[in-house]
Ligand binder design. Structure first.
Ligand code: ADP
Ligand code: MG
Length: 450
């Protein structure tokens, strides 16, 4: 403000010897020279009467106004113009004039008053705008502060997003492994069952081998172990020699019967070993991590999934009903679809194990509207899903089972999404069974496209 005042004063066509601002501070009227925020040049209290006079007359001229003698003494001017500006907080008094030592500009001309008033109104406008400018500055700095805050929260958001992405990846991997665990459990169960049959076969074969009358052959060999010329006599007159052919015939019958029995047992054992091999080969095919779409027979794929869990169905007396619409082979990620189905079938088994419903039944349906998606529906008449649980079913970690993990459905829903499809559940409520619908987009293999 001080600078501004000086530059305006310099611009004025007449010379102004001094500019004073007169501020009221509390009960006192205080003079400041040059500018309000400049260090005090002079400070003087003005008597209330003078103050009253100055403030009630907007502008004027001294020495024509004798009521301002006191003021003239304080500011040491012999003649001056004065002007009071309505400040926002306090009135501002402008003084411009000449003192005794100022030489040739001693006289105040009437046209100088016009300039002075113009200068005053400029100053008033400036003061008013100053507040606006300060306000603008304040707003600008507030704006830039909140801008910076916004920047900070944006980058925090970005960080959080990155972390979320990372943990989603970890979660997806954990879920994938959990899904694999369901498949692996199925495989182990199957292998375990087949190993049981192998054990039984091996045990039986061993027993039959032990019971083979090999000793009889040895005894016959001993009986016949004599000089050739004695053999005729032995067969003719020895009682043992006479029954020996019949005994040998019977022994041969027994041995060949037993050998073929043991061979059959060993064949079944071999078949069981092959079965284990095929189970493991299948598991290895499903354990592939990369998603590859290949032409798949939908029913074959479902049967593969059933094959992985079926053995435990028998123990619970679960009946599997197949309701397959006829559909052409589609391009599908076999691994993912089987994994989802194994999860659904395992869950259905658990739901049936916990239920008293008889007969226990799982229905698997295949539906396809030409041009539309493929629906695989796994429906059971087990314990069902409480309405308040329905929205949480696919959440990571949600389980109602004592030994549950709550990974299976989450992983399955993720896998369904990765396939471009969806997994949904409907249930009439507790005790009403549950239906899980795996909806998949289908693509025909290249050769089948029209
Ligand atoms: N067929 C079903 N019938 C009734 N409830 C089911 C069925 N399938 C899943 N659920 C419910 O969803 C929950 C989560 O299933 P899932 O994600 O596979 O985890 P988990 O099997 O480890 O509990 C189960 O604990 C159960 O409450
Ligand atoms: Mg489960």
């Amino acid at each position: 403000l001080g600078l501004w005042v000086s530059s305006i004063v310099d611009d004025l066509n007449f010379q102004v010897a001094a500019v004073y601002a007169c501020l009221r501070e509390g009960p006192r009227l205080v003079l400041r020279k040059g500018a309000a925020h400049a260090p005090l040049a002079d400070e003087a209290a003005i008597d209330p009467e003078t103050l009253e006079h100055v403030l009630s007359n907007k502008s004027g001229r001294y020495p024509r106004d004798p009521k301002l003698d006191a003021l003239a003494r304080v500011v040491a001017l012999d003649s001056f113009f004065w002007m009071s500006l309505p400040g926002r907080d306090q009135p501002l008094l402008l003084l411009a004039g000449y003192g005794a030592g100022f030489g040739r500009f001693y006289t105040l001309h009437d046209y100088d008053l016009g300039h002075f008033l113009l200068f005053g109104s400029h100053l008033a406008a400036l003061l008013e705008n100053q507040e606006l400018i300060a306000e603008l500055d304040r707003e600008r700095s507030e704006l830039s502060t909140s801008n910076a805050q916004l920047d900070a929260s944006l980058s925090k958001l970005r960080d959080a997003q990155a972390k979320l992405l990372q943990s989603t990846k970890v979660l997806a991997e954990v879920s994938r492994r959990a899904g694999m665990a369901d498949v692996a459990t199925g495989v182990l169960h199957n292998v375990g069952n087949v190993l049981n049959s192998i054990n039984v076969s091996a045990e039986l074969s061993l027993e039959r081998l032990r019971a083979l009358r090999v000793g009889g052959v040895e005894r016959v060999a001993e009986l016949l172990n004599r000089a050739p010329e004695e053999l005729g006599e032995f067969f003719r007159s020895d009682h043992r020699g006479r029954v020996l052919p019949t005994y040998l015939k019977e022994l041969a019958g027994h041995l060949s019967g037993e050998v073929s029995g043991i061979a059959a047992e060993l064949r079944s054992l071999q078949e069981n070993v092959d079965h284990i091999k095929s189970i493991i080969t299948k598991q290895q095919a499903y354990a592939r991590t990369v998603g590859v779409s290949e032409p798949c027979s939908v029913t074959e794929l479902i049967e593969d999934a059933i094959g992985l869990v079926r053995d435990s169905f028998g123990e619970l007396g679960i009946r599997v009903v197949r309701d397959y619409a006829e559909v052409p082979p589609f391009l599908m990620d076999r691994h993912k679809v089987v994994q989802i189905l194994v999860n659904l079938l395992t869950n259905a088994k658990h739901a049936l194990a916990e239920s008293d419903q008889e007969p226990k039944q799982i229905t698997i349906s295949v539906r396809h509207r030409p041009g539309g998606s493929l629906s695989l529906v796994v429906c059971d008449n087990g314990v069902g899903v409480a309405p308040e649980h329905l929205p949480k079913l696919f959440t990571y970690g949600f389980t109602t089972r004592k030994n549950g993990h709550g990974f299976g459905l989450h992983a399955s829903a993720l896998a369904a999404m990765e396939l471009g499809g969806s997994l949904t559940c409907t249930s009439p409520g507790r005790g009403g069974g549950a239906s899980f619908v795996l909806e998949l987009p289908v693509r025909l293999p290249f050769a089948a496209r029209g």
